[in-house]
Design a protein around this ligand. Structure first.
Ligand code: HEC
Length: 386
């Protein structure tokens, strides 16, 4: 008899690779995501700077998200294979026993119970973690989609959905990173270093302690795939592969759409290094030039000409509670002027503020040039009221 302890295969290579891919993408997402949630902290600034700039960081974040989405798709296909081809028992599904196991473990830890519950292939803790990850992936995927494709999403959802998605994305991220660091790290590294996800193997001793029910099933030959007959397996694969291929294409299309529906999120902040300014160049707002005043009849006076002109165009701002302290409500007010003094100097249109302000066409409302000529004439003729 050899001294080598008996060991069982717990995770085949494909599963271990899947785990490493998820581990890397998850860590990358956390590392590049949290600095976006806490942008002012010095660690965040350090991390952003190590990536060069925020755009690079976001690119890496998006890339890791794509990897995680593909990994999730792969996981679904493998799970499908195990369920439909191998007819393996759904060992990850939670059941009543998991709840009672959980309660018993708490009681055991408190010293209120002598026996540690016996568990199967996956302990209730492992199931909790797994489903927490599934939940997290759904929340992060949905909220990530909203932020990545805001314009499209808002065709269906109200505008509040985007900031809400952002809040949920950051909150769920904290929860997920916290859970991994505290819960996952503790249960697989600290409590007992569980190497099976890296070596794929688990020793009989460990099995006996942690998965005694699975061990018993293995020994009885009732664990694992239920379909072992090669002919039957072949038949099942022939059915599953086309279905899986269609599923794979649909999921790939989904990921492609997720990434490419619109470029908004990737391009909202143009790269700092780019010569393109961050915002549209400021085109001066065109100032409205007012239509010429119609039907000026009689002598050029305040009453005949200026009153209709200003009441149509200026009183909005120079009426009661006037801007610049300038009221154009009536002749006396107009002649008193603005907070900078008189704006109308009878006989001297060239130095009258009203003409100066109106000449460059840049006032909040500009008098039409033909009208302005009449204003000038009115001032030069003495700015008469009647
Ligand atoms: C949309 C608002 C708005 C309209 C409409 C408007 N103004 Fe003004 N105007 C202002 C404001 C604000 C100030 C004071 C702030 C400033 O100096 O720019 C001002 C100041 C002035 C002054 C005094 C300038 C000075 O430096 O003291 C004159 C003269 C003037 N407006 C003439 C007019 C005339 C004539 C019209 C109508 C054709 C007109 N404004 C229509 C907003 C308006």
């Amino acid at each position: 008899m050899s001294n080598k302890p008996v060991s069982y295969q717990r995770f085949p290579l494909a599963r271990r690779i899947e785990h490493i891919v998820m581990l890397l993408s998850f860590s990358t997402l956390g590392l590049t995501g949290l600095p976006q949630k806490f942008p002012t902290s010095s660690i965040s600034i350090f991390i952003v700077n190590s990536f060069g700039n925020i755009e690079n960081l976001r690119l890496v974040h998006h890339f890791a998200a794509i990897v995680l989405m593909l990994g999730t798709g792969w996981h679904i296909l493998v799970a499908g294979y195990k369920i439909f081809v191998n007819k393996e028992p759904l060992s990850m599904l939670p059941g009543i026993k998991d709840a009672t196991d959980g309660i018993q473990v708490i009681l055991y830890n408190l010293g209120l119970r002598k026996k540690y519950p016996q568990m199967g292939r996956y302990t209730f803790e492992e199931k909790l973690e797994y489903w927490a990850f599934v939940w997290g992936a759904i929340v992060m995927g949905l909220t990530g989609f909203l932020m990545w494709n805001p314009i499209m999403s808002l065709k269906i959802l109200p505008g509040e959905a985007i900031p809400a998605a952002k809040a949920a994305h950051g909150g769920e991220a904290l929860l997920a990173v916290g859970a991994i660091i505290i819960w996952h790290m503790y249960s697989v590294h600290l409590k007992k270093f569980n190497k099976s996800m890296f070596t794929g193997k688990i020793e009989e001793e460990e099995m006996l302690h942690e998965h005694p029910i699975e061990l018993a099933d293995l020994k009885a030959g009732i664990a694992g795939p239920r379909v072992t007959d090669p002919k039957e397996l072949r038949r099942r694969k022939l059915i599953y592969y086309p279905i899986a291929s269609v599923l794979a294409i649909i999921m790939l299309g989904g990921v492609y759409g997720f990434v490419n529906l619109e470029n908004t999120a990737v391009t909202t902040i143009p790269p700092v290094s780019s010569p393109i300014p961050a915002y549209l160049p400021q085109t001066p707002t065109p100032f409205p030039t007012l239509p010429a005043l119609k039907d000026v009849s009689g002598e050029l006076t305040w009453d005949n000409f200026m009153r209709p002109l200003v009441s149509q165009n200026c009183l909005e701002c120079h009426g009661t509670r006037p801007y610049g302290d300038l009221s154009l409500l009536n002749y006396d007010d107009a002649m008193r002027g603005s907070n900078r003094g008189p704006i109308i100097l009878p006989g001297n249109s060239a130095e009258s503020l009203l003409v100066i302000v109106q000449s460059d066409g840049k006032h909040y409302a500009s008098i039409n040039s033909s009208d302005l000529e009449k204003v000038i004439q009115w001032i030069d003729e003495g700015a008469k009221e009647k």
